[in-house]
Design a protein around this ligand. Structure first.
Ligand code: ZN
Length: 321
């Protein structure tokens, strides 16, 4: 049953990729510098409340940017990973030594699974606080042999936007569910009205629950480390210019290699969407395929909403299939 869910995700992404290729005018070769016009932006879906994005940058070259998008889309920067659930953050920055862990990425690292589980309805009555929920999910993932991880940065109390702004992200999902789903449906992830209603209800319940979310956001990162999370301290300012939407199983995108080719100011958010159904399966306690599917969709929405809260409407979405 689960394999069919993975296939469902892959098939939908595959259909989108085929449709995109077919819709490219034959007079325009795929390597054309105009290809960036083929990529959706967050703004195209009425998303992108934040500041991170190419429209706010004076230090990037548009021709280089177009080349970078196409090269990322070609799969040139895909590198193998050893796990099939996300454990590092989508954040495009690197550690002090210029590297990142070669692990799958989602918004907040393991916290993406925590919030996705919550929004997807996989919380239990024992999950009375964010910390309790995060502990249970972390332990479940560890028991199943998965790496877990979070990050901060070198200048913030809580340097992970997915963690620092979790309430804004839940609020964003509640308010903009139709715009968010309009975007995901472009990539084959559709939600029924009852599915949307369920996720919005879970988001609103948490926002209305006093003291569920930790006041001190850095305490969530600290607690995750005490639970065994690997920790990355990322360096410097956000320079992300797009969102790499990676659906190629067994891989992530090599951020260091992108910088080596284009320059230190050329970063990308990396979303390893192929991992979301795996993560949902691993933390769903009732083994019901419908529940697993809803959790996978909730993880997807948490990733889009994080990008939309932190990122500018000019961020392009670059699928890699
Ligand atoms: Zn982060």
């Amino acid at each position: 049953m689960f394999e069919s869910l993975i296939k469902w995700y892959k098939d939908f992404f595959g259909i989108q990729d085929t449709a995109r290729t077919v819709s490219t005018p034959s007079s325009q070769p795929p390597q054309s510098n105009n290809a960036k016009a083929d990529y959706h932006t967050l703004g195209g879906f009425n998303l992108g409340l934040g500041a991170i994005g190419p429209a706010n940058r004076t230090d990037v070259d548009q021709a280089v940017l177009s080349n970078m998008y196409q090269t990322i889309a070609s799969g040139e920067f895909n590198i193998p990973v050893n796990d099939n659930v996300p454990s590092i953050c989508v954040d495009g920055r690197c550690n002090k030594d210029g590297t990142r862990e070669a692990s799958p990425s989602a918004a907040g690292g393991t916290l993406s699974i925590v919030y996705g589980a919550d929004l997807g309805g996989a919380s239990t009555s024992d999950d009375t606080s964010e910390i309790m929920l995060a502990t249970r999910i972390a332990n479940t993932l560890k028991e199943k042999g998965h790496a877990i991880g979070v990050h901060g940065d070198d200048h913030s109390n809580c340097g992970c936007g997915a963690c620092a702004k979790v309430k804004n992200i839940y609020q964003h999902i509640a308010e903009k569910i139709n715009d968010i789903v309009s975007m995901t449906s472009q990539y084959g992830i559709t939600l029924s009205q009852p599915e949307k209603d369920s996720i919005v209800q879970h988001a609103q319940n948490r926002l209305n629950q006093p003291d569920f979310f930790a006041e001190d956001r850095s305490s969530v990162l600290q607690h995750a480390q005490e639970c065994g999370s690997m920790y990355e301290e990322l360096i410097g300012a956000h320079n992300e210019l797009g969102i790499a939407l990676n659906t190629r199983p067994g891989t992530t995108i090599d951020r260091s290699a992108i910088r080596a080719k284009y320059g230190p100011q050329y970063d990308m958010f990396v979303v390893d969407a192929w991992t979301f159904a795996n993560a949902a399966k691993e933390i769903n306690t009732n083994e019901n395929a419908m529940t697993t599917e809803l959790i996978a969709k909730a993880i997807t929405l948490q990733n889009v909403a994080t990008a939309s809260v932190l990122g500018h409407g000019s961020l392009r979405i670059i699928p890699i299939s």
